[in-house]
Design a binder for this molecule. Structure first.
Ligand code: MN
Ligand code: MN
Length: 391
């Protein structure tokens, strides 16, 4: 009996048992007493139940004050607004024709984005001294590694809307390292020495960060840079997710997964597009290696999570809302509306991993699974007939 139990104990629990053994002199106990000591030690672990599950859904469009101007808007979900989301922050950003999100970098997070509407141009500088200018359409994604300088610009005469994801929940879009913030707080003489331009040019610049500025409407033709001698980056910051990601179809929807295998520069995240048709459900599953962050593009649904200790919580969500599921927590999604539930999903790992409950049950002996729930063998056998994925 004791040997069997020990077989199930993790290394961490075993060390606890070791402490119990030292404290109680377990080696001098009878087998029954030793077994009771081990049971007590396991139970005391169970008794340290964490509190209730936190809220894991947040309305990014309406729940944060954000930035609003005639040039554009930015609404964010960081740990300030959405405390459960420690590993991923998100921003919904809109730029009007002529608007640009100024040259900046982030000291603590890489930036990922999915274009929802319109056309966006980005420029990026990388530490090897190369640069790139890329144009993005609906369904395209970009990735800028932490610290790399970049810029986002609406191109053409229609507004654009994109979802930004950052690989750190403590990152705020309103605390970035912006070029106007730096230059407007540095002496004109120093800037004159640094650039070769006259000091009086810098003396008249506004003494604050621009953040989202308004310029001339950018034409669709590729622009010319100040210097034509800077080489083009060989690592692409762009991936055409909607058109080029591998499609996996299920009875009730589909997924498209983009990990660092398909998009090498995206080395801290995996991205997923998922559709659930009306009435469909994404099966019970979990991810052993990553937290999951979701944004609802359209439709409505329920997300349900399981966090051990008998804790299960279900929350509804809809268009413009985000959800966060901690690494290893069991979960499923239901489309509860009349239209397709369209999700953009990020995982904070460059490799995609999932474990399906159905797949797991089916990989165990029929009698064993029957004994877990008190089912008959015949009932248990029919588990093999069910589908996996989205149905
Ligand atoms: Mn940025
Ligand atoms: Mn999942």
């Amino acid at each position: 009996m004791e040997t069997t139990r020990r077989g199930f104990l993790s290394a961490a629990t075993l060390s606890t048992v070791g402490l119990v053994a030292a404290a109680t002199g377990i080696n001098s106990l009878t087998p029954n007493q030793a077994d009771a000591a081990i049971t007590a030690s396991i139970k005391s672990g169970f008794d340290k139940a964490p509190g209730e599950l936190e809220d894991f859904v947040f309305d990014i469009e309406h729940g944060s004050k954000g930035f609003i101007s005639s040039a554009g808007t930015a609404k964010e979900a960081t740990v300030e607004e959405f405390p459960v989301s420690q590993s991923i922050a998100g921003v919904s950003m809109r730029l009007n024709p002529g608007a640009f999100r100024e040259l900046h970098w982030h000291s603590i997070a890489a930036e990922w984005a999915y274009v929802l509407e319109g056309k966006v141009r980005t420029t990026a500088i990388t530490p090897d001294g190369t640069t790139s200018t890329d144009d993005f359409e609906v369904g395209d994604i970009w990735y800028f590694p932490r610290g790399h300088g970049h810029m986002l610009q609406c191109i053409g005469d229609k507004p654009c809307h994109f979802l930004l994801g950052f690989d750190n929940g403590h990152f705020s879009e309103f605390g970035t390292f912006s070029v106007t913030d730096w230059l407007s707080h540095t002496s004109p003489e120093i800037l004159a020495r640094n650039t070769g331009l006259p000091a009086n040019l810098f003396a008249s610049i506004p003494k604050k960060e621009l953040y989202i500025g308004m310029g001339k409407i950018a034409a669709e033709a590729k622009p010319t840079n100040i210097s034509s001698g800077i080489p083009i980056s060989s690592s692409s910051h762009k991936f055409r997710m909607e058109t080029d990601a591998i499609l996996q179809e299920f009875k009730g929807g589909y997924t498209k997964i983009v990990s660092s295998k398909e998009f090498p520069i995206q080395n801290s995240l995996t991205a997923l597009r998922m559709n659930l048709e009306p009435g469909a459900m994404r099966e019970l599953h979990w991810h052993p290696n990553a937290d999951e962050w979701q944004y609802v593009m359209s439709g409505q649904g329920n997300v349900s999570i399981f966090g051990s200790h008998g804790r299960v919580k279900t929350m509804p969500y809809g268009k413009g809302m985000v959800a966060f599921i901690k690494q290893g927590y069991g979960h499923y999604i239901e489309n509860t509306g009349k239209e397709t539930l369209k999700l953009i999903v990020l995982f904070n790992s460059s490799e995609y991993q999932e474990l399906s409950l159905n797949h797991w049950l089916n990989s165990n002996p029929t009698q064993l699974v029957a004994d877990h729930f008190g089912f008959s063998l015949k009932e248990t056998s029919s588990l093999a007939n069910h589908q996996t994925g989205i149905y």
